[in-house]
Design a binder for this molecule. Structure first.
Ligand code: GDP
Length: 233
């Protein structure tokens, strides 16, 4: 069967569903449009944190037509989107780019997202303690995370923080990231109120912890579906 590349239609909302179903169908046979609950997850974090690598590993784990993760990444400009089909619905993953110039676009995704995954490069945050170490990008991470959390449109949205690059010898361990950064943000005025949250260690490069991350998101969006109902497609 001839394969046809997916083409996305130009739509106003970043989360608007695909308008076209483009799988090649046998002549005369209508291509079935899958229906079900769809949840959107945004991947946020500073540039170079490992968002694209994480996304590639997720696709390779959950998409049968994407068996080999593309681990040579280039900075994300615009957005990379994938849709995972899970037993209880569709999980749409949005990697929206972390460079400073692109961060202002993040907020257009907040109102419609069902979970936020915030990825941190654990090898680029000094020793993980804001009070004592100003090297690395810990302070930048804190400011960016606070900015996300205090936006009223992210209120109550489950948040998964991934301490990435745990395979590297120079990484800060997850417990120190929890104490030195996450706890401080959550205890501060800019924590944005109560939400489900978790910090997990991962290596997007080796794939360690990637499945656990997706499973956590999956369970939390279901818990939260009264406040953020899925889009039915
Ligand atoms: P993004 O800018 O957040 O999308 O980051 P990328 O996914 O493009 O990754 C930036 C760089 O970090 C690339 O050179 C990746 O190979 C590397 N990288 C990403 N995740 C890991 C990881 O878990 N371990 C190590 N050692 N390197 C990683």
């Amino acid at each position: 069967m001839r394969r046809v590349k997916k083409v996305r239609s130009l739509v106003s909302s970043p989360f608007a569903p695909l308008k076209l179903s483009l799988r090649a169908a046998a002549p005369g046979v209508a291509d079935p449009i899958p229906t079900g609950a769809e949840y959107s997850v945004i991947l946020l974090g500073l540039d170079n944190a490992g968002k694209t690598t994480f996304h590639e590993q997720v696709k390779s784990l959950y998409l049968s037509d994407h068996p080999d993760p593309k681990l040579k990444t280039v900075p994300t400009v615009g957005q990379n989107v994938s849709t995972l089909t899970l037993p209880d619905g569709y999980l749409k993953i949005w990697d929206v780019g972390g460079q400073l110039s692109l961060r202002s676009l993040w907020q257009s995704y907040y109102a419609s997202c069902h979970a936020i995954v915030f990825i941190i490069d654990s090898s680029d945050i000094g020793d993980g303690n804001i009070d004592y170490d100003q090297s690395g990008r810990l302070e930048e991470c804190r400011l960016v995370l606070e900015d996300v959390l205090q936006n009223s449109e992210t209120e109550g949205v489950p948040l998964l923080i991934l301490a990435n690059k745990q395979d590297r010898e120079d990484c800060v361990e997850v417990v120190r990231i929890k104490e030195g950064l996450v706890k401080r943000v959550f205890e501060g005025e800019k924590s944005g109120g109560i939400r489900d949250s978790r910090v997990l260690p991962i290596s997007a490069l080796t794939g360690t912890g990637v499945k656990e991350a997706v499973e956590w998101v999956r369970s939390r969006i279901k818990w939260n579906k009264e406040s953020r109902p899925p889009v039915m497609r």
